[in-house]
Design a protein around this ligand. Structure first.
Ligand code: FAD
Length: 438
């Protein structure tokens, strides 16, 4: 392998890396795609919602071929605010989400090899079980000229290195970009639970290929800032919860304990009982949004996907932003190559493209949210406030002879008290609005 030269070396065969490799290889560039896992997706996990849009932008209608490894089409999305033994819920179901599918539930161990296969079929050279351990640089200019891999004489040279090695990116550190701070990442734990298909369809009110997602917050995160999810697959359920790492450092709770208490919540238990755990995994998610996105290109390199912090955690969009950014990186490199100019300035077109695109717009929109959540704290927001909303709902719906005006005032008092009085309520409402509206 020593001394081999390519137009591009892609590090990581997740959605970002595979998308970049596919884009460049389809345009005739020589591309090697490195993956440290035994196969793409072997070391990956996610909640499991995959959106069609980014996939279609990348490979066109080829997703329609029969082999697309997905589970169910998401036709209903529910949001749950959980009190200790209650729920306030909102949701939306629409048959139009079915055809064409807006999103599917999926498993990375099946999807990643499929997408990497597309890159391979387009001409990229996949090299698995190989870890990039350092960047090679031109000693005179400092330009990145390739990567060093964990094989004998493992030097790979390229005009551009596409760094798509995920949230724990080693190569991003080698560029001198600081590691994530604890308030910029969450730790997510997930279980896959087996349940017969008929039970899933019965409990979630599904027919055929339909699927449901439930995002929940409140009592289940035990006062930490966090969000849980429960997604339906064909014959399994994906259950998980992610909590901010800075919160976990302040109030250490073992991740598996957190997941255990999620499973015991009466509202979730109803849907889960009798299901058997078949898989357990944990992974980080970069959640710093816009302010945590570093420079995305430089002399001989570009940064994509989770390695760049391109995750919209509000809308659980990580994989599709990874694919979109990988594709944009690939396109910019192809254009730069055609123009015969692979300078840092030229590659910075990728940085500008990402920031102007839907990725940049969405991350900018939620840029204030991480600080807002930090300021108000998990205990107040997720424990007290969500608990109070449940109490308010209980009071509102209880018919016990209390006049409605009085019952409504009591319900409102629960929420206002939890938000710190009227002034606190106004401030929280304003902060929350700015947090989600940008
Ligand atoms: C619990 C959880 C739930 C999630 N739910 C969703 C969801 O429902 N929908 C959604 O869109 N997103 C979701 N995400 C986010 C999503 O998983 C990521 O945003 C996405 O995987 C990022 O893709 P990527 O290609 O940038 O990185 P990754 O998928 O992490 O891929 C990086 C690849 O690089 C490889 N690698 C790492 N280092 C090296 C190295 N030095 N050399 C060679 N190879 C290397 C890794 O093995 C890996 O295959 C979730 C994440 C988690 C943890």
């Amino acid at each position: 392998m020593s001394g081999e030269r390519f137009d591009a070396v892609v590090v990581g065969a997740g959605p970002a890396g595979a998308a970049a490799a596919y884009t460049m290889a389809s345009q005739g560039l020589s591309v090697v795609m490195l993956e440290r896992g035994e196969f793409p997706g072997a070391k990956n996990m996610f909640g499991g919602v995959l959106y069609r849009h980014a996939l279609e932008a990348l490979i066109g209608e080829a997703w329609k071929e029969s082999g697309l490894p997905v589970e169910r089409v998401v036709t209903e999305q529910r949001y749950w605010l959980l009190g200790p033994e209650s729920v306030v819920s909102i949701g939306h179901r629409h048959a139009r989400f079915m055809d064409p599918p807006n999103a599917w539930t999926a498993f990375r161990a099946r999807f990643d090899p499929w997408l990497a296969g597309k890159a391979k079929a387009a001409g990229a050279l996949p090299v698995y079980q190989t870890t990039a351990i350092d960047l090679l640089r031109d000693p005179a200019t400092g330009r990145v000229t390739g990567v060093l891999v964990d094989r004998d004489e493992g030097e790979l040279y390229a005009d551009v290195v596409v760094i798509a090695d995920g949230v724990n990116s080693l190569l991003r550190e080698k560029l001198g970009i600081p590691r994530w701070k604890p308030h910029q990442v969450s730790l997510a734990v997930k279980e896959v639970l087996a349940l017969p298909r008929e039970k899933i369809e019965d409990r979630f009110n599904l027919e055929g290929n339909e699927g449901v997602t439930i995002e929940f917050l409140g009592a289940t995160s035990r006062g930490l800032t966090g969000l849980g999810f429960l997604y339906t697959n064909k014959e399994t359920l994906s259950l998980g919860i992610g909590v901010m790492v800075d919160d976990l450092l302040r109030r250490p709770i073992a991740p598996y304990e957190l997941l255990e208490s999620v499973k015991q919540h009466p509202m979730l238990h109803k849907l889960l009982h009798g299901a058997e755990t078949v898989e357990y995994s944990a992974h980080m998610i970069p959640e710093g949004a816009w302010h945590a996105v570093p420079q995305l290109a430089g002399d001989g390199w570009v940064l994509c996907g989770d390695a760049a912090g391109l995750v919209n955690f509000v809308n659980r969009e990580g994989s599709n932003l990874a694919m979109l950014s990988g594709q944009m990186a690939g396109e910019v490199i192809v254009e730069a190559r055609r123009a015969g100019d692979l300078s840092a300035q030229r590659l910075m077109a990728y940085d500008r493209r990402v920031r102007r695109s839907v990725i940049g717009q969405d991350l900018r929109k939620i840029r204030r949210l991480p600080a807002m959540l930090h300021r108000w704290g998990g205990e107040r927001l997720f424990d007290h406030l969500v608990g109070a909303i449940n109490e308010a709902a209980y009071r509102y719906f209880l018919v016990d002879g209390t006049p409605k005006r009085q019952a409504e005032a009591e319900a409102l008092r629960h929420v206002v008290r939890a938000a710190g009085g009227w002034r606190g309520t106004m401030r929280l409402a304003w902060d929350a609005l700015r947090g989600v509206r940008g």
